[in-house]
Design a protein around this ligand. Structure first.
Ligand code: MG
Length: 249
């Protein structure tokens, strides 16, 4: 009897592990030919690697253009205080123009198998955040990419705005301070938290989220041992700088 349970436990663990999928953090930028983070080239690399998704950070320029950039600054220019034309004065290290979300979505249409995971960065006011959500949603709709795109944000306002505009969209919260029960009550689809929260501070949250039908993801998981710990807990996704390595684990 004991052996039977061990077999069942083993099967359950294999099934849970099989569910864990990989998202390339800011595109697959540590490829054989390294690409700048959040560049179109990094997205193309992730598309070639055939992972579940490729994540990208999006901010709004002073003239309201959603662009792919992680930091508040592009060179010494503050993105939210500079027009897109102004930001174009500084190219990425591979010679690309600072990508717009629109160019990113256009590239995403080239590969139906790799989703675009759009991180909408918090802005200086709720009004600007609402504008960012509206513009991003319009661009995604323009290219019929609703089913090919998922959203993440540290801003609860942004998460709720996306759900208000697009109730069917998948929206995960990044900030780590809400429990699975609170996320469920807020109407979001799940959590995408720093791995230390899910392995150390709140070791039951992956299980609790699963029981509530919520999706679980974690960042930025580059260590195969941490990846294994999260897989053993039954996590759905991890977001990583080394998708090529974790993909084969
Ligand atoms: Mg990000």
């Amino acid at each position: 009897m004991k052996r039977f349970f061990l077999i069942i436990l083993g099967l359950a663990s294999v099934l849970m592990n099989a569910q864990t999928q990989i998202i390339a953090h800011r595109g697959y930028f540590r490829a054989e030919t390294p690409a700048p983070q959040n560049s179109i080239e990094a997205l193309k690399n992730a598309q070639q690697l055939m992972v579940y998704g490729s994540e990208v950070d999006i901010r709004l320029t002073a003239d309201g253009v959603p662009v792919a950039v992680h930091d508040e600054h592009h060179g010494d220019m503050e993105v939210s205080e500079t027009s897109y034309a102004g930001l174009l004065k500084l190219k990425l290290s591979n010679g690309e123009n600072l990508p717009t979300l629109e160019s990113y979505v256009q590239q995403a249409t080239q590969n139906d198998a790799v989703k675009l995971i759009v991180e909408l960065k918090p802005a200086k006011s709720p009004e600007l955040e609402t504008m960012l959500v509206q513009k991003a949603s319009d661009i995604i709709q323009k290219y019929n990419q609703e089913l090919h795109t998922e959203f993440i944000s540290f801003s609860l306002h942004i998460c709720k705005e996306i759900k208000r505009l697009r109730p069917d969209a998948v929206v995960l919260y990044l900030n780590g301070d809400l429990s699975p029960t609170q996320l469920k009550a807020a109407g979001l689809n799940g959590l995408d938290y720093h791995y230390k929260i899910l392995t150390e501070t709140q070791p039951d949250w992956i299980r609790e989220a699963g029981e509530l039908g919520l999706i679980t993801n974690s960042w930025t998981v580059n260590d195969p041992q941490i990846y294994q710990q999260l897989k053993n807990k039954g996590i759905n996704f991890v977001t990583t700088d080394v998708p090529n390595i974790l993909k084969n684990k």
